[in-house]
Design a protein around this ligand. Structure first.
Ligand code: GAL
Length: 839
């Protein structure tokens, strides 16, 4: 008896020990990640810390949690942290530790994708430029100098996380880490030849050797060596299988929309399709899914990759660039997450049993003991279907999944959006100057011209044409190529300056005047008709990069700038003058950059003479008071051409409203049914790709803000306005038979009888209230937010009931049933549609 007791106590003690030492251990099996020994369903979202501000982080993280995420994912941005080799920066907006701790404080896990190659539409894919200049280096291959640097930085980050005890194995939030990024893609790894495989093996072994205590992943790396988990990136990953039956099925990038480019239209991804993709993934055995992006944010400064990635990285993500939840995307996904989490016990208990319910119709059942969850899918792109499952009949719209957490009741169908939708708008304000800071200028602006051609004293001369990135080391977007030539005569009226370059954009000045410009392909072969004079002529070519390449095999060596030939064609005697091998004079960057004009404190600014408009190479400056309140702020650059802008010395990014998206190819109401791709759903055709530029609130003071911009091609700064973003209308449309349990029910307090689902409205900002009901109809209303219309059947009471319940409050709830509204039409399925204004 005593011996049994001792034995029992012994095992009990061992049990406790095992529990305490392994409780935060993270491992995996063929089904899922195990945290503290328990399989978990993980719903994750990407938020890149440098694409917002530390002041925005807590709110973004909270909104992620409220949206039903349990993991935040971020890349680590090497070129932010080590701008100069050996000089690290983890301060302010680079405070990765703070970001990870904020996620932890909100109760969320973290997936840290170290890379350190990250792609991410980020300048040079995240690599610092100095890396390129290390002798003998070749990126992303079996090359000692590269591997040494990659290992050093990876270890640096791992050590930092360990010091701060941020790995789950130490009780912190980090449950997963990534090494490399999509190296296995068909257009990448094969191009590196036989050195590729050893590099992959090395990267895997190097990462593993860092002993983080949590698993590593490699995305899009079918041959990821054990114990690394290979994961899927894409618009859909339900068909993906990992490279071993010991590994779980993970989706590291579910593209929630797509990125925008200067010169392109604005991509968006309908939430019905995104929700379908998510549900299909969990239906087919997935257990970790990450939205790339959940908040896209902004490419401030010169961080955007490219070339030509826009400053906005909004991505049509569930939280918009400004930090406002995007509805109905955020809300519908929240409902999807709820429905999936209701299935968690069944999902982690077992593997799915997949069976066909007919052509394009599929059921997956997770049954273990008394728990059972099922997913019913219609993957057809056009026809709705009715299926029989477990003796019940279910309606499945085309391209949708129904989630049944108890194998019987439908918690949610991905194509039926019941969440709030909103209409947001920007309110324009004239640029407000402080009256005492106009510097005597009637326009409120002062200005200074950038010299055409060489103006700095660090210019240098070289015979021949130089590749730009090797020359500038990306210290500036700009490189001047200058030449002066002597001609016997004026060359004649047919003279054309022919320039061949690697891009990205260039402006050609002849004798101090802008003669022609080219961007993209037009910059690669530019023919500019020129007027020359007999005697001395100056040719000043301003070549510029617009974000360094971030994707592609050997992208680090693609280069930019004018590599030639450069010729004068069509001279009088029919001859050509090749200028390529002349002695060119070079200047890296602008004079204004060297003078530090961007913070407004130095330089010779003119304010008395007439403000130049539509003049290339002009710096402008003004002072302003911040728009009052706390709504997110943008600057509307309509009227300007192209350049970069700074608020209180902080770069808000490159602006380029003059670059108009193609006229065609857009589709404002895109059909969500059928496979999505990044060109399928575009809006904003024929308009500037980006006219609004985010200015984080925390960069502003109430008054006396300094705004500086450099305009390259010409514009009118007096047309610039502020815009503040707000939610103008809230809409909800809930049907009487809105299915439980994702929707909430209104029950009779006394009898407990279900009276119907509840329609809830809430203004997004705590300082907003519902000021009016713009539309309310109980019956058969139809249409979408902003365009609701009454159907044939409509209760007379709806408007007054909603008015009474909602106006004057930030939020309100109304039961959707005949008990409340009366019955305007018997035997007809009814719904309640409401549009309310928030002010
Ligand atoms: C992926 C890449 C990401 C990002 C994305 C497109 O291929 O891994 O970093 O570039 O494409 O937004």
């Amino acid at each position: 008896m005593r011996a049994t007791r001792i034995l029992f106590l012994f095992f009990w003690f061992i049990g406790i020990l095992a529990y305490t030492s392994f409780c935060a251990n993270v491992t995996y099996d063929h089904r899922a990640l195990l945290i503290g020994g328990k399989r978990r369903i993980l719903i994750s979202g990407s938020i890149h810390y440098p694409r917002s501000t530390p002041e925005m982080w807590p709110d973004l993280i909270q909104k992620s949690k409220d949206g039903g995420l349990n993991v935040i994912e971020t890349y680590v941005f090497w070129n932010k942290h080590e701008p100069v080799r050996g000089q690290y920066n983890f301060e302010g907006g680079n405070d990765l530790v703070k970001f990870v701790k904020l996620a932890a404080a909100a109760g969320l896990y973290v997936h840290l994708r170290i890379g350190p190659y990250v792609c991410a539409e980020w300048n040079y894919g995240g690599f610092p430029l100095w890396l390129h200049f290390i002798p003998g280096i070749q990126f992303r291959t079996d090359n000692e100098p590269f591997k040494r640097e990659m290992q050093r930085f990876t270890a640096k980050i791992v050590d930092l996380m360990k010091q701060e005890k941020l790995y789950a194995s130490q009780g912190g939030p980090i449950i997963l880490s990534q090494i490399e990024n999509e190296y296995g893609n068909g257009d990448i790894e094969p191009r590196y030849g036989p050195a590729a495989k050893p590099y992959v093996k090395w990267a895997a072994a190097m990462a593993t050797s860092l002993n983080t205590g949590v698993p590593w992943v490699m995305c899009q790396q079918a041959d990821a060596p054990d114990p690394i988990i290979n994961t899927c990136n894409g618009f859909y990953c339900d068909q993906f299988t990992p490279n071993s039956n010991q590994k779980p099925k993970f989706w590291t990038e579910n593209w929630s929309g797509w990125f925008r480019s200067f010169g392109g239209a604005v991509p968006y991804r309908p939430v019905e399709d995104l929700a379908f993709a998510v549900a299909r993934f969990f239906q087919r055995g997935g257990t970790l899914q990450n939205y790339y992006m959940y908040h896209g944010g902004t490419n401030f400064d010169r961080t955007s990759g490219g070339p030509f990635i826009s400053t906005s990285y909004d991505y049509d993500a569930p939280i918009d660039e400004y930090g406002i939840v995007r509805q109905p995307k955020w809300g519908h996904l929240k409902d999807v997450h709820k429905a999936i989490m209701l299935c968690e016990e069944a999902l982690i208990a077992t593997d799915p049993q997949i069976k066909s319910l007919g052509p394009n119709l599929e059921a997956a059942v997770y049954r273990a003991g008394s728990t059972c969850a099922a997913f019913l899918a219609n993957v057809g792109t056009s026809s709705d279907a009715t299926v029989n499952f477990n003796g019940n009949s279910y309606h499945l719209p085309a391209w949708s999944v129904s989630i049944l957490p108890d194998c019987k009741n439908v918690a949610l169908n991905t194509a039926k959006v019941n969440s709030l939708s909103t209409i947001s708008s920007f309110t324009r304000e004239i640029f407000k100057e402080d009256s005492d800071s106009l510097e005597g200028s009637s326009s409120g602006w002062s200005w200074t011209s950038e010299t055409v051609g060489i103006s700095k004293d660090d210019e240098f001369s070289k015979v021949g044409l130089l590749e730009q990135i090797n020359t500038t080391a990306d210290r500036s977007d700009y490189l001047w190529y200058s030449l002066s030539i002597d001609l016997d005569d004026d060359g004649g009226p047919q003279t054309v300056l022919h320039i061949e370059s690697l891009g990205h954009a260039l402006h050609a000045f002849i004798n101090g005047k802008l003669a022609g410009s080219g961007v993209r392909d037009a910059a690669k072969k530019l023919d500019v008709p020129v007027t020359l004079v007999a005697g001395k002529n100056t040719i000043d070519l301003l070549s510029l990069t617009v974000g360094l390449q971030n994707y592609g095999a050997f992208f680090d060596t693609w280069g930019a700038g004018i590599t030639g030939p450069v010729r004068l064609n069509g001279l009088k005697n029919g001859s050509t003058l090749d200028l390529s091998s002349q002695q060119w004079t070079y200047q890296v960057g602008l004079q204004g950059e060297q003078l530090g004009l961007s913070d407004g404190s130095s330089g010779n600014w003119n304010s008395q003479s007439t403000l130049p408009k539509n003049q290339p190479l002009t710096w402008y400056k003004t002072n302003f008071a911040a728009p009052s309140g706390n709504k997110p702020v943008a600057i509307d650059f309509t009227g300007m051409g192209k350049g970069e802008a700074w608020v209180n010395g902080q770069s808000i990014g490159r602006f380029w409203p003059a670059y108009i998206a193609p006229k065609s190819g857009c589709n404002e109401a895109c059909n969500y049914r059928g496979a999505y791709n990044s060109n399928k759903c575009l809006k904003n055709c024929g308009k500037p790709s980006q006219s609004l530029y985010h200015v984080p609130r925390s960069w502003l003071r109430p008054s006396g803000n300094i705004f500086v911009l450099f305009e390259e091609i010409g514009g009118d700064p007096t047309l610039i306005t502020f815009a503040t973003k707000q939610i103008e209308s809230l809409c909800a449309h809930v049907s009487e038979s809105h299915p439980p349990p994702v929707g909430s029910w209104n029950t009779d307090a006394e009898s407990g009888r279900k009276l119907g689902p509840v329609l809830s409205l809430e203004c997004p900002n705590p300082d907003q209230v519902i000021s009016s009901i713009k539309f309310a109809s109980f019956g058969t209303p139809h249409g979408t937010c902003g365009n609701f219309i009454h159907g044939r059947c409509s209760s007379k009471r709806a408007l007054s009931i909603l008015h009474k319940a909602c106006v004057g409050s930030r939020s309100c709830s109304v039961g959707v049933s005949v008990d409340i509204f009366g019955n305007p039409c018997r035997g007809v399925a009814k719904s309640l549609a409401v549009e309310a204004a928030c002010t």
